[in-house]
Design a protein around this ligand. Structure first.
Ligand code: ADP
Ligand code: DAT
Ligand code: MG
Length: 210
């Protein structure tokens, strides 16, 4: 049975009123989402929110909500949709208060229902950037990251489970946004700078106003 999750009422009016562009950043674990988001932030000044970072911060905070999350993340599974969406909403509202001009929502949606709920409760995404990388490369990169990340889920057993979750739950997200004409599929096997060149070419088409 899914754990019961405490939820607060969140007033989204300021976020909806701001109506800033929102980009979903999707890709397997280790596909380079965080790496590319850092570069996008530096060039375009968008607000980067990683759902994984928000979850890890929640765990560190010692909150009752955080306590339920560690075991799920170490098992390579997805945390309940409501928990992630509430954390994302709270972080977006704080950023809007500070004058954010748009968002990179990194690691979200990881299942189709997450995208649908976000878009019905908040706003539609402008584009979905999908970093496409072979499983073999993902494993190599994650084992490299494991040497310094200190992340409890950067170990071979959890990596295998995360890849399984990606194939079963997140790959349908890619198909879903492709069918809506919003997907930008980026081959992300190359160097960080080459990949960023492709990202920029795509963002420049839609961000002339930000
Ligand atoms: N294009 C790339 N080529 C080689 N290594 C990369 C590339 N992009 C990212 N990495 C490395 O792969 C690991 C995972 O990248 P990260 O940005 O954390 O991915 P994600 O957020 O998608 O899990 C990191 O150690 C990062 O330095
Ligand atoms: N949108 C989301 N829905 C459910 N669980 C999520 C989530 N984003 C992150 N998580 C949980 C499950 C992931 O295996 C874990 C780490 O996420 P992450 O930091 O985005 O990983 P990575 O950057 O390696 O792809 O946190
Ligand atoms: Mg990441």
């Amino acid at each position: 049975m899914a754990p019961t999750v405490e939820r607060k009422k969140i007033d989204l009016a300021p976020l909806k009123a701001a109506n800033v562009p929102i980009f979903f950043i999707v890709g397997g674990p280790g596909s380079g989402k965080g790496t590319q988001c850092d570069k996008i932030v530096a060039k375009y000044g968008l607000t980067h929110l990683s759902s994984g970072d928000l979850l890890r911060d929640e765990v560190k905070s010692g909150s009752p909500r955080g306590a339920q999350l560690t075991a799920i993340m170490e098992s390579g599974a997805l945390v309940p949709l409501e928990v992630v969406l509430d954390l994302v909403k709270e972080a977006m509202l704080i950023a809007i208060e500070k004058g954010s001009k748009g968002f990179l929502i990194d690691g979200y949606p990881r299942e189709v229902a997450q995208g649908q709920q976000f878009e019905s409760e908040i706003q539609e995404a402008k584009l979905v950037l999908f970093f496409d990388v072979a499983e073999e490369t993902l494993v190599k990169r994650l084992l490299g990251r494991a040497e310094t990340s200190g992340r409890a889920d950067d170990n071979i057993d959890t990596i295998k489970k995360r890849l399984h979750t990606f194939v079963t739950s997140t790959a349908p997200v890619v198909d879903y946004y492709e069918s809506k004409g919003k997907l930008v599929r980026i081959n992300a096997e190359g160097t960080v700078d080459d990949i960023f060149g492709v990202v920029v070419a795509n963002l420049d088409k839609v961000t002339s106003k930000i």
